[in-house]
Design a protein. Structure first.
Length: 551
């Protein structure tokens, strides 16, 4: 068969998305009794339902044709083979090696042509992390005051905070070995909230930073180091410090003992790093065995991603659904709605994972992209979301595709609450699809005794257009293994989108300019500083800040 060029595949897809009625979903169900059967998939103990989107057979064929034309599966294999698929940073992308079984044989191809044994390094770090975690939990490693460590605080930001924070919140339970806390924001009000809950004599401090130069993390690390030192002295303070970083020189300069540094490599991207040493707070807080279960879940999804055919490959199907919405229908917002409070940080994690990876406007070759790329990702757990932004999803001017995540069995005993939660999640997706037409609204208001005049006045406000797309991920339970699976599912979705859109999903140059400008503004905020050369707005704001600070 002659391979289709990406442009031809795009044209075919866009033409299908412009067909009259291409956004209708209800009629797809009425025309095809088997639609749910055809458009849901089960793999890795989860069910992915795409039937509540406007993707029909022709659109799915066109989407799969696009995946073939853009070489998604070949790119996947290149990533797994340790090729330097992060081309603007000239690095391999090997977060899959972090959750592979010992001796898995992942290789990282270096820029100088050499090959590193990625798995050997991962295995050695994992062994060291396990020894440390178990020794802390057994009370063999104790604090400077001779007490057992009861709390662990992770100081990091972005990928060095969001992933571990999200996973700890999802996995931690009453019987877990330590209390994990997360300090990210440069705003010291964050520390002020955490500090009163901590006893320095029982607190282990993890400084999580791939580069060990991130300004916010280093500022917070200095504050917390000072807090430890005040009570424990310099030597005592050092016994409480741990660094999770690739920058061994900087960790030593900061005063972290070398046997308390857990490293990783540049082929682990920040937003993909929770499986690496960056995940130590998860292991300490939730237990080593659960950390391993989390990794095993991600591995199960890796195996699925690496082996399932395109038409049944869950990460690819999710990515293609996003292409349909963003590029086909021009819908560039996307809501993440986990109906499980343990997943309350999941939308924030996906926000970084997706927006830092896919918020790009040039191709891997440096040309302007021809299509829209990463959508705006936002979300909240259900049912909270229903009482904040769901109004807009139901009746706003533009549809916003939403991912519902529903868990069949909770790990609490309150069956009534759980039924309420599930009924609401199912109902929201049903309401988005079904809508509510004029006849139905009129009949309901008339039956409720409204006057004819009131009925007509209120009618437009009470109509729901329906045909609003959503996808549902249904899981039997949320345990560490399942969490690993769903996080890896979205990681691979992001990878597929990077290939489909031909952007480097592993760099983040867009965060640099603001960091640089803040460095030059910093001295202007000192008492002896002066307002420098800025646009009039920034200069005016700095001037007023200085005035209100009495400078
Ligand atoms: O600001 C962007 C970023 O580089 C993220 O990609 C990263 O996760 C975060 O900062 C933290 O970086 P580091 O782990 O080096 O402190």
């Amino acid at each position: 068969m002659t391979p289709v060029a990406p442009d031809a595949a795009w044209n075919r897809l866009l033409a299908l998305a412009q067909r009259p009625g291409a956004t209708a979903i209800r009629s797809l169900f009425s025309r095809d009794a088997a639609r749910f059967e055809k458009f849901h998939w089960q793999a890795c103990d989860m069910l992915l339902d795409l039937s509540k989107t406007a993707i029909d057979d022709a659109a799915m064929q066109a989407l799969l044709g696009l995946a073939e034309a853009t070489g998604v599966m070949a790119a996947r294999d290149a990533m797994a083979a340790g090729e330097r698929v992060n081309n603007t940073e000239d690095r391999a992308v090997l977060h899959m090696a972090l959750r592979a079984p010992p001796g898995a044989g992942f290789k990282a191809r270096r820029a100088d042509g050499g090959v590193d044994d990625a798995s050997a390094d991962v295995d050695a770090t994992m062994a060291a992390m396990e020894r440390f975690t178990r020794a802390v939990h057994a009370g063999e490693i104790r604090s400077a005051t001779g007490e057992t460590f009861t709390d662990v605080i992770n100081i990091g930001i972005g990928g060095s905070d969001l992933g571990p924070f999200m996973a700890s919140r999802a996995m931690w339970h009453e019987g877990s070995p330590m209390r994990p806390l997360y300090l990210a924001n440069a705003d010291a009000h964050n520390w002020e909230l955490i500090r009163p809950r901590l006893n320095p004599g029982r607190t282990l401090v993890l400084i999580a930073s791939k580069t060990f130069t991130t300004a916010e993390t280093m500022a917070n690390a200095r504050v917390v180091r000072g807090w430890l030192e005040q009570t424990l002295g310099t030597e005592g303070m050092r016994q409480h410090l741990v660094a999770l970083s690739t920058n061994h020189k900087a960790t030593a300069e900061f005063g972290v003992p070398s046997d308390r540094v857990f490293g990783f490599h540049d082929w682990v991207g920040g937003r993909f790093s929770l499986w690496s040493a960056i995940g130590l707070s998860i292991a300490l807080g939730c237990g080593w065995d659960d950390f391993i279960r989390l990794l095993a879940g991600a591995r199960a999804m890796d195996e699925h991603f690496l082996s399932a055919p395109p038409a049944a490959n869950l990460p690819l199907l999710l990515a293609l659904t996003t292409v349909w919405h963003v590029n086909g229908l021009g819908l560039d917002n996307h809501a993440i709605l986990p109906y499980d409070h343990r997943l309350s940080r999941f939308p924030a994690h996906l926000q970084q994972l997706e927006m830092e990876s896919l918020g790009k406007r040039v191709t891997k070759g440096g040309l302007p992209v021809k299509h829209l790329t990463g959508p705006v990702i936002f979300g909240e757990p259900g049912t909270n979301a229903q009482h904040s932004f769901m109004q807009l999803l139901h009746q706003g001017t533009t549809p916003v595709p939403a991912d519902f995540v529903l868990i069949a069995n909770p790990s609490h005993p309150y069956a009534g609450n759980h039924r309420l939660l599930l009924a609401n999640g199912l109902a929201q997706a049903e309401a988005l699809l079904r809508g509510r037409g004029e006849d139905e609204v009129r009949a309901e208001m008339t039956a409720a005794g409204k006057s004819a005049e009131d009925v007509e006045r209120l009618l437009p406000h009470r109509v729901f257009p329906g045909d609003r797309p959503s996808t549902t991920l249904l899981l039997p339970r949320l345990d560490p293994q399942m969490l690993g699976q769903i996080v890896a599912l979205y990681e691979h979705k992001v990878f597929c989108l990077g290939v489909l859109w031909d952007v480097d999903a592993f760099d983040q140059w867009g965060v640099e300019l603001g960091k640089q400008l803040s460095t030059s503004i910093l001295p202007e905020l000192l008492p002896e500083g002066r307002v420098g050369a800025h646009d009039p707005s920034t200069a005016g704001l700095i001037g007023q800040l200085r005035a209100w600070q009495g400078l």
